[in-house]
Design a protein around this ligand. Structure first.
Ligand code: AMP
Ligand code: ZN
Length: 707
């Protein structure tokens, strides 16, 4: 195409526009996976920029997207000294040692509980990217931790790495891993095989090999990507928590892990570690475990490092014990949300010290991706405490006549529990039973409601839940007349159809349905039934967060249930809140807000809630806002942050005093903070409070207000 003659100024403006556009589309494509224009359109813009830069070489800049095709080959790598060393991580394979790590951290900090972030341990090659005033200046490998190779020219060819970021910070070093995605790796190896080239052993080797290429053009031809999770040297920018780092990096346009969580205490970490492993298939890169980091960066400084690794972080590696066995069948389990989960029924096999006959297959997409078929010999794997999973098929052992798995066909198009229709839920990569009266869903809801982390009603095993929620045929002694004991067969309808029905159960009704009543042949003793009935009764006074969690509101797990309970104070105020108000609550995003509103708008859910109310279930018990708290007291209902060292109290004592008075004690200073108590040597929190104009109490004033 003939370009009209442009003035230099015009050309410069156009080049700037094209660069911004190309980088934006690049990010949409490689980081957000949401392209807005076609590849052709993209190529056209790129060509125009290349032409412009060719016509006006003085316009070319080192951060131009045209650089991504790779510059001239280099002789060897310069060395880069890391301003902040790139450290290794301590690691463990056991949950017990994770708890010990937590105990060490708590002891060192003198606190009862620590907030953590858990994220994938990406199995790539560590890199450090240095941006100065928003422009990528240097990219380096870890090397020995103190000095690495300068791989700037190669890193620039990685499309997921922004060449320019929207920040004025004088220095922003970002750290993470370069990797080859699973699919990209497979494709690349397939191409190499065709071309008769040597194959790479695994994605990490391929990545390391690529980054060490002396010719950036070769690197540009490899589909490398990157994920970032930390910072190095910083000037003119600050973060308070690891969660802020991850969110902040994402905001700047860096790719960050799509699965990570902030956790209250180590038990939540353990649960998320399991979830992360279960959902490994959702990540495009290989992961070899999880990394757990203390969330607050100020605490990192307090904890320090050993010679080799930081004391505030730990890698939790997934050990992979494997075995081979035959997949006899795939059954479908229906959970409380109606999702049909495929389960592998296996020829029993020894694995990590126990006999395994069932394993998870995750979901339909995973089965298809791995092409797992009934009859196959499969490799199963168990890692730590996680349930065993089928990870691969032994292709050579596939018998004749197997068929690719298709969940809907497998289920005959209907729910295996209730026979109702099933629909595909694209978001969850799952099929779902739509029948809200599906007995399997009801069972799931009861199990969830009574669970330890919800209403915590002791004694609800699978068997009793099953017998309470299904029709029961029972033999009853009818009378002891002329013919002695005569038994009568009775059919009892399900006793429990929703969670509120639990509160209508009497000990007698429970006894009648006790699963082993007939089998054990003993006279009804009522002991167990009475115990269960008492536990149900006692649960009426449970704290609000337990009820909220137990109701099973989509997207509201234990942590958010606690937050909502703290912030809203009662179920009624939560039900009255609209999405806009909810989204303003700390930690509550729009998705959660919407899901809460939808849940309470559903007449069925409202009916259950009204039944719970009638049964006398408390809707307003919120932890630590003790009954004795004076509603007119200074601290009542306030969000308070304590910072610095207090002379007359430990942190815990001060928190306890505040909670007794109906305050919520928070870690971070933000717009919703009402009061900051500042002891000696208070740091950034105090500054932030001053900036935000939040009332600040010194220790004397604090004592005074406590009264
Ligand atoms: P190791 O090499 O086994 O001592 O593990 C430490 C390395 O794990 C770090 O140097 C990082 O390169 C890498 N790593 C991968 N994912 C993460 C993550 N999310 N956070 C911190 N380090 C990570
Ligand atoms: Zn069903």
């Amino acid at each position: 195409m003939e370009q009209p003659v442009q003035s230099l100024a015009e050309a410069k403006k156009r080049a700037e526009f094209l660069r911004a556009e190309l980088e934006r589309h690049n990010r949409l494509y490689y980081v957000e996976a949401k392209p807005e224009i076609s590849d052709r359109e993209f190529d056209r813009l790129m060509r125009e920029l290349q032409d412009l830069e060719a016509a006006h070489p003085e316009l070319a800049t080192p951060d131009s997207p045209t650089q991504r095709v790779g510059g001239a080959p280099i002789e060897g790598f310069q060395q880069v000294k890391h301003a902040v060393p790139m450290m290794s991580l301590d690691n463990t394979y056991s949950v017990e040692e994770m708890r010990e790590f937590d105990a060490r951290v708590r002891k060192a900090l003198g606190v009862e509980s620590v907030d953590y972030v858990i994220e994938p341990k990406v199995d790539g090659v560590s890199i450090s990217l240095r941006y100065e005033h928003g422009v990528l200046k240097v990219a380096a490998t870890r090397g020995d931790g103190k000095t690495g190779d300068d791989i700037t020219a190669n890193a620039k060819t990685i499309r997921a790495i922004p060449l320019r970021i929207p920040t004025d910070a004088a220095v922003l070093e970002v750290r993470g891993e370069a990797y080859l995605g699973k699919a990209a790796f497979a494709k690349m190896n397939a191409e190499r095989e065709k071309a008769g080239e040597a194959l790479f052993a695994n994605p990490r080797n391929a990545t390391a090999g690529s980054l060490k290429q002396l010719d950036p053009k070769v690197v540009a031809g490899r589909p490398l990507s990157a994920v970032l999770y930390a910072t190095g040297a910083l000037e003119g920018v600050e973060f308070e928590t690891q969660a802020d780092v991850l969110r902040g990096l994402a905001k700047l346009g860096f790719p960050v892990a799509k699965l990570w969580w902030e956790c209250r205490g180590i038990e939540e970490v353990v649960a998320r570690a399991e979830e992360l492993q279960r959902r490994e298939g959702e990540l495009e890169y290989e992961m070899d475990g999880a990394v757990v980091k203390v969330n607050r960066l100020a605490l990192w400084r307090q904890l320090g490092t050993t010679a080799k690794a930081p004391r505030f972080a730990m890698a939790y590696k997934y050990s992979h014990e494997q075995a081979q066995t035959v997949l006899r069948a795939i059954t479908l389990q229906v959970g409380r949300t109606g999702v049909l989960t495929p389960v592998a029924e296996l020829e029993p096999v020894e694995l990590a010290g126990s006999t395994i006959s069932r394993a998870t297959l995750h979901n339909e997409d995973e089965i298809k991706r791995k092409d797992i078929r009934v009859g196959d010999t499969v490799i199963i794997e168990k890692a730590g405490e996680v349930i065993p999973a089928v990870v691969a098929v032994v292709a050579e052992k596939r018998p004749w006549g197997t068929k690719p798995f298709d969940l809907s066909a497998h289920a005959g198009g209907k729910c295996p529990a209730c026979g109702g229709g099933i629909v595909r839920d694209p978001e969850a990569a799952a099929w779902r039973c739509e029948n809200l009266d599906c007995p399997a869903q009801i069972r799931g809801r009861i199990e969830h409601f009574t669970a330890r982390k919800a209403m915590n009603i002791d004694g609800f095993g699978e068997a009793i839940v099953e017998s309470l929620t299904t029709e029961r045929t029972v033999q009853e002694a009818a009378d002891e007349g002329l013919f002695g004991v005569r038994t009568e067969t009775k059919v009892l309808p399900p006793a429990v159809r929703d969670v509120a029905d639990l509160y209508a159960l009497t000990a007698e009704a429970i006894e009648l349905r006790r699963p082993n009543r007939v089998a054990d042949g003993k006279a009804p003793s009522m002991v167990l039934a009475r115990k269960l009935a008492a536990a149900i009764e006692a649960s009426k006074g449970s704290e609000l967060w337990r009820l909220l969690h137990g109701l099973g509101i989509p997207n509201v797990g234990e942590g958010l249930a606690r937050t909502l309970a703290q912030e809203l104070g009662s179920l009624d105020s939560l039900m009255a809140a609209d999405a806009e108000a909810l989204a303003k609550v700390r930690d509550i995003g729009e998705i959660v807000a919407r899901s809460v509103v939808e849940f309470f708008a559903n007449p069925r859910n409202r009916a259950v809630i009204e039944k719970l109310r009638k049964a006398g279930v408390r809707f307003d018990r919120v932890e630590k806002v003790a009954a004795g708290a004076d509603r007119d007291g200074y601290f009542f209902g306030k969000r308070v942050v304590i910072t610095g060292t207090l002379e007359k109290f430990t942190r815990e004592q001060a928190q306890e005093e505040l909670r007794k008075r109906g305050a919520t004690v928070a870690e971070t200073v933000g717009k919703t903070t009402n009061i900051v108590v500042a002891g000696a040597e208070a740091g950034s929190k105090l500054e932030k409070a001053q900036k935000l104009g939040i009332p600040i109490l010194d220790e004397a004033e604090f004592l005074n207000k406590l009264g």
